[in-house]
Design a protein around this ligand. Structure first.
Ligand code: XMP
Length: 320
């Protein structure tokens, strides 16, 4: 049982000192690999690991083809300015191949997990002879996996999977006692800019968690464009998280006076503190219609835009 550190009782500076020491103790020698995705959790873990290990921390950004527009370059240059060198590893084909033909949400998550940890990471770890992977698993990931709600792609030990046996390396998870609000506090204390520590959460399976049905290059393009528009237009709402989801069903629409059997995009925007429960943000109607207008105009093939009004539970934040 993992002991939670609630955000209210968290002292970020002593948390940092304790975990820097703990990482140094665990990693007596050699390199540790760190997977940075640009999300809040992995950004915080990167700075923590860098403080503990300096150049012994090798930070990689896996370009799995499921990322947001311009994300790898943006994240790499942000961390470079802070003295952390980020290697971008191009692995799009491996992920798309593994996702081919899969429509079931849990199978999709499992395909991403296996490709990430076994294939892509396994190779990097073997080549570098690292013994550990540093990653930003948080308590909410563990809770939801154990409860059987969703298999978060980064949870192993709590499911009885020994990463050492399964993948050939150990995993260090310094943020496992925290929830998102606690992680943000630690990020701020580590000197992360507000843009990063207050960044809206983004799931490990990335845009694949925003596509209902098969993940293909074309469908990724649609959801990537809709995500970019949604994030730009809702960024000053102060909401906890917002996203665009591509549905599997097609609906009849019309364009230029002709029938257009097209795609449906669902917008979700959430108020939440720690992602355990969430309610749809009461967005002004003008905001919603402006957002729909932009998506219909800019994303080819979309004829329907809806807004989710169901809270979590029984909904979940992501659709997959
Ligand atoms: P759900 O959809 O379970 O999401 O209500 C709760 C929070 O977790 C994020 N999320 C994930 N984060 N790996 C992650 O690192 C995952 O597999 C994953 N699935 C969901 C989600 O964006 C929300 O903030």
């Amino acid at each position: 049982m993992i002991k939670e550190i609630p955000s209210e009782s968290l002292n970020p500076d002593s948390f940092i000192t304790e975990h820097v020491n703990d990482i140094r103790k665990k990693v007596v020698e050699g390199t540790v690999i760190n997977a940075l995705s640009g999300g809040v959790d992995s950004s915080v873990v990167t700075l923590l690991g860098h403080r503990a290990l300096g150049a012994r921390l090798r930070t990689v950004f896996i370009q799995n083809g499921l990322m947001r527009e311009g994300e790898p370059q943006k994240v790499a240059s942000f961390f470079k300015e802070r003295g952390v060198n980020v290697e971008i590893i191009y692995a799009e084909d491996a992920f798309l191949e593994a996702l081919k033909g899969i429509t079931d949400p849990e199978e999709k998550r499992e395909a991403i997990t296996q490709t990430f940890y076994k294939e892509v990471f396994g190779r990097i770890v073997r080549e570098s002879k690292a013994r550990f992977l540093l990653q930003g698993t948080i308590l909410t990931d563990v809770d939801e996996t154990i409860a059987g709600i969703k298999r978060q792609h980064n949870v192993f030990e709590q499911l009885g999977i020994d990463p050492q046996e399964a993948f050939g390396y150990g995993i260090i998870e310094p943020l496992i006692q925290l929830r998102k609000d606690g992680v943000r506090k630690v990020g701020k204390a580590l000197g992360l800019t507000e843009e990063y520590y207050n960044r809206i959460p983004f799931p490990g399976p990335a845009l694949a968690a925003r596509i209902i049905g098969e993940v293909t290059r074309d469908r990724l393009e649609i959801v990537r464009k809709a995500t970019s528009i949604t994030e730009n237009m809702l960024s000053d709402t102060g909401a906890f998280q917002y996203m665009a989801i591509l549905h599997e069903d097609r609906v009849t629409g019309m364009r230029n006076g002709k029938r257009d059997f097209g795609n449906q995009v669902e917008i979700r925007c959430w108020d939440s503190v720690d992602a355990r429960t969430a309610t749809p943000t009461n967005l002004p109607y003008e905001t919603l219609t402006a957002l729909a207008g932009e998506i219909l105009e800019q994303v080819p093939g979309v004829v329907s835009v809806t807004y989710n009004i169901a809270p979590k539970p029984p909904s979940t934040i992501e659709a997959v």
